[in-house]
Design a binder for this molecule. Structure first.
Ligand code: NDP
Length: 449
């Protein structure tokens, strides 16, 4: 706390007092405040108009009951959330997470991050996030459908293509977006494609949206490599997770010439020194909804499955945490640095603890925060909204090129801003400052609302 200047320290205390027990939210706010000292010193108008304090308080927080009936005929009750955090730049935009760990603090941390991430894309989208403590694991298709229908029966009244546009996140993929969109369409009697993103290609979705977050992370790392005239060629990469973000990060790293030698799920990790077979991984994790251990068993004897240990012990040049928040701590960071890792880019949201970030920065590792490195997903969601609004659909190649351009712009803006504010090469400061000034100017322009 000592390095926060007085005005920022007061804001942080206000956040702690007003949001007791929401540790992930505190962490996300703290990480942004830590980098904004030079900005508030240079631009007193932001402090005078309480811009930061307004950004730390969601515009609206919705919590609701989600009753549904399981396959045994038992009534189940879950809790649903939607936090509409800031709409200065456009309609609230951010995913829905279905996972037993979801609570208001988690949704607020994700929604807060989303404001800045969305601003970095340069596209007209505000920040929001939502979800439920529902656990889709082990549930039948029918149960997932009934849950989604009940969830949307409340959520529909709060969303709309000009109001709030949810998408997927952990536990919410194409199947869930389909059930949610179907129920929205039924209740409202409107084919309002722009109300949700991550839709199927043949019913309003965009090419590349499924791949976008993971591809975007790989594009971002490619830009980092290019700053020193380097490339993915010959690089060993470790990717945590084996969900949507991880799978497509692996696919694009391979296309760009790197080799992903390990990936994981919540039960453990696999090491495959020849390079992860991404088609087999997709089949097991996305189609069969199986476990990562199945990958090791089906791929053959050279591949090891290690239960319950840290994937960050696997030596690599580049680490891409793509699973969940706070999955990479100080000890993991020390192990990565010791083994020669030079670049870390967050595919997940806030997967690296503050202590671990410090280790990377002090060791001279290039560290790309999630709000910059994983912004490709929401950016492509905004491209999906553009296509829906103009009743158009773009080719894969065109959409991927747009994604690549957006990631390059985000990368360059982070570096330029870091330079401008006296922290060259610091992607965390560059991302936070660039995003903050972009949103803050819009907040100021719209008056006290
Ligand atoms: P998925 O549900 O598709 O995949 C999550 C993966 O992470 C699964 O393989 C899961 O394993 C694994 N996992 C979860 N908890 C742990 C843990 N404690 N240790 C190891 N592995 C774990 O989610 P996504 O890929 O969509 O999201 C991953 C991250 O990326 C999240 O932080 C999300 O917020 C972020 N993100 C996602 C975007 C998107 O477009 N989907 C956009 C931007 C950010 P298991 O199968 O065992 O549950």
């Amino acid at each position: 706390m000592s390095n926060l200047d007085e005005a920022l320290r007061d804001i942080y205390h206000e956040v702690l007092g007003r949001n007791a027990g929401e540790t992930e939210f505190h962490q996300a706010v703290r990480e942004v405040l830590d980098t904004l000292g030079p900005v508030v010193a240079k631009h007193p108008q932001y402090t005078d108009a309480a811009v930061l304090r307004r950004l730390c308080e969601p515009e609206r927080q919705i919590i609701f009951r989600v009753p549904w009936v399981d396959d045994e005929g038992q009534v189940q009750i879950n809790r649903g959330f939607r936090v509409e955090f800031n709409s200065a730049l456009g309609p609230y935009k951010g995913g829905l997470r279905f996972h037993p760990s979801v609570n208001l603090g988690i949704v607020k941390f994700l929604g807060f991050e989303q404001i800045f991430k969305n601003a970095l894309t340069g596209l007209p989208i505000g920040g929001g996030k939502g979800g439920s403590d529902f656990d889709p694991k082990g549930r039948s298709d029918g149960e997932v459908m009934r849950f989604c229908q009940s969830f949307m029966t409340e959520l529909y009244r709060h969303i709309g293509e000009y109001t709030d546009v949810p998408a997927g996140d952990i536990g919410v993929g194409g199947r869930e977006i389909g059930y949610l969109f179907g129920q929205y369409k039924r209740i409202t009697n409107r084919y309002e494609s722009g109300v949700l993103t991550g839709k199927g290609i043949n019913w309003g979705g965009s090419q590349v949206r499924t791949e976008a977050t993971g591809y975007g992370v790989a594009f971002f790392v490619d830009e980092i490599l290019k700053t020193t005239g380097d490339s993915f060629d010959g690089k060993q990469v470790v990717v945590s997770g084996s969900g949507n973000v991880a799978i497509f990060a692996i696919e694009k790293v391979h296309q760009l010439g790197g080799t992903v030698v390990a990936c994981s799920d919540s039960s453990g990790y696999v090491v495959d020194s020849k390079g992860i077979d991404v088609d087999l991984l997709k089949e097991i994790k996305s189609v069969r909804r199986g476990r990562i251990q199945d990958y090791a068993e089906e791929r053959g004897s050279d591949v090891r499955f290690i239960a319950g240990q840290s994937i960050w012990d696997v030596p690599c040049d580049i680490a891409l945490p793509c699973a969940t928040q706070n999955e990479l701590d100080r000890d993991h960071a020390l192990a990565l640095v010791k083994n020669g890792c030079r670049i870390v880019a967050e595919g997940a949201n806030m997967p690296t603890t503050p202590d671990a970030v410090k280790v990377f920065v002090e060791a001279g590792v290039s560290f790309a925060p999630g709000k910059a490195a994983n912004a490709g997903g929401v950016a492509t969601s905004a491209l999906e909204m553009q296509q829906n609004a103009s009743r158009d659909s773009w080719s894969f190649e065109h959409t991927e090129q747009r994604l690549n351009d957006i990631m390059r712009n985000i990368h360059d803006r982070c570096l330029e801003t870091a330079d401008e504010y006296g922290t060259p090469g610091n992607y965390v400061a560059g991302a936070n400052i660039s995003a903050f000034t972009h949103v803050a100017d819009a907040v100021l322009a719209l008056g006290v609302i």
